[in-house]
Write a protein that binds this ligand. Structure first.
Ligand SMILES: Cc1ncc(COP(=O)(O)O)c(C=O)c1O
Length: 471
């Protein structure tokens, strides 16, 4: 089926990718920073005539060269990163196989793989009798949690829509912004997404949650969901699930647990206690593309309520897609929000098979050790001021003798770091205006030597900027 030219092209592409993978880890720069104007200039225009394989290969190489090397050990900017060979092979194969996960008929082995992964995760969180599905990201798993909560409140709301708009959903002030989007999409309106205050560690204050729910009920509102977070995006805080679950139970409110980031603790012996109470969740978000090191997107939605996914997501397709056949019980499209659905299960399946659960635990402990090491290094270096450290999140500012405003100074240092392109670490801004580096550890390629290197890079930038007096 392949022509000689195509065969050569595929070989060349794979050699190029192999080189990219092996050289990226030691590359001097994560990105050669260029302006959008320059990239626009360099990028060829779409043309009426096609180009040769050789030309295509060279343009393909230019795309690699101009991309951020998220597999580099100093890519610590977001809650994903690094490289896993087994998972990458799974990713490539999913695209090649190109099934849709809608029906067993089209994705037989992949459906069995996805269901086995879901079953394993359900077991891990103590909800063996539940069900689950892979979704297009942690954000969408949070959305699905809200939709299921709505169904749970009123099973016919799918057909009838809202008869009132008094629904309320509660999250902590530190929760992920996807809940805001979800409140919009499901139609309760973002003004009905209530931010419960959190303590100085970033954990939802359970007493405040109870107080607000009780007062809302008095005022005629209908609480339908609490979204608790295990591992907040900025501070790595874990809400107290046992407390929150008790409140949800007594007010009959759905408890959704966003464990997109903190779910990694389920794979740790030293930090598993942080997930205490997860078994009380009605539904859970889990991202294997974060701490487990699978490529984006590898997200799961889990729930203890068998049947709720179908009640929430069903609709249409039976005349041409969801036929009655021997294996129709295995079709996942009938309870997914999507029609065409990628086979995201394969990459995490191969990753998990290769490393084994013990291997995943070792990897997670490695990440936690990195966070521990970074915290200690920051604490002992007067150049840095630790703001907060918990789980895999280490937040710190850069100190200065000449700049009074450390937030501003830290921002400047970060800007210089990004411009150099040797390391990427994000920053976050608090409600009071405080800015700090938010160093996170999802990247399995990172070692303690890399952290020392990173802190050295940051220190160099700070030393240079120390002399410039402008605030
Ligand atoms: C706590 C938390 N929940 C949800 C998400 C969204 O996950 P995704 O990027 O997979 O949509 C994130 C993203 O970083 C997160 O930090």
């Amino acid at each position: 089926m392949l022509s000689l030219n195509e065969e050569k092209f595929i070989n060349d592409v794979f050699l190029t990718l192999k080189k990219y993978i092996s050289e990226s880890a030691d590359a001097d720069a994560i990105i050669k920073v260029k302006s959008p104007e320059t990239l626009k200039e360099e990028l060829p225009l779409l043309s009426s005539q096609g180009i040769s394989h050789d030309e295509l290969l060279s343009e393909f190489k230019a795309v690699l060269e101009n991309s951020v090397k998220t597999i580099h050990p100093l890519f610590l900017n977001q809650l994903f990163g690094g490289f896993d060979t087994a998972a990458w092979v799974g990713e490539v194969a999913s695209t090649l196989l190109n099934p849709t996960m809608a029906t067993y008929e089209i994705a037989p082995i992949l459906t069995v793989i996805e269901k086995r992964l879901v079953a394993e995760l359900l077991k891990l969180v103590g909800l063996e009798k539940g069900e689950g599905i892979m979704v297009t990201g942690g954000s969408n798993a949070n959305l699905l949690g809200m939709l299921c909560a709505r169904t749970d409140y009123n099973p016919s709301i799918r057909q009838t829509g809202f008869s009132h708009n008094n629904f309320r959903v509660y999250i902590s002030a530190e929760a992920h912004y996807s809940f805001d989007k979800a409140a919009n999409i499901i139609g309760i309106g973002t003004q009905n997404l209530i931010l419960v205050p959190s303590n100085e560690k970033g954990e939802m204050i359970a007493e405040e949650l109870e107080r607000i729910i009780a007062s809302d009920i008095k005022d005629g509102y209908t609480p339908i969901m609490v979204g608790a977070t295990l591992g907040t995006t900025v501070l790595g805080a874990f809400d107290s699930l046992t407390e929150i679950a008790r409140i949800c139970e007594s007010y009959q409110v759905w408890l959704h647990v966003d464990a997109a980031w903190g779910g990694g603790a389920l794979f740790s012996k030293s930090h598993k206690h942080l997930t205490k109470g997860i078994e009380f969740a009605d539904s859970i978000t889990f991202d294997a593309h974060k701490t487990l090191g699978a490529p984006l997107v590898t997200s799961f939605f889990l729930t203890k309520h068998t049947g709720i996914l179908k009640n929430t997501n069903r609709g249409g397709g039976s005349e041409y897609l969801f036929h009655e056949y021997d294996n129709s019980d295995w079709d996942t499209g009938t309870y997914s929000l999507q029609c065409g659905r990628r086979a995201d299960a394969l990459k995490i399946w191969l990753l998990w098979r290769f490393h084994g659960t013990e291997g995943l635990i070792r990897r997670t402990e490695h990440l936690l050790n990195l966070a521990h090491f970074a915290t200690a290094e920051i604490e002992k270096n007067p150049r840095f001021k630790l703001y907060h450290s918990h789980y895999l999140n280490v937040c710190f500012q850069v100190t200065s003798k000449t700049h009074k405003d450390l937030s501003n100074f830290t921002l400047k240092v970060r800007k210089a770091l990004v411009a150099e392109g040797k390391a990427l670490v994000n920053y976050a801004k608090r409600a009071d205006g405080t800015v700090f580096f938010r160093l996170v550890f999802p990247n399995h390629q990172t070692t303690t030597e890399h952290i020392s290197q990173l802190l050295q890079l940051i220190q160099e930038k700070a030393d240079k900027l120390e002399l410039s007096t402008e605030e």
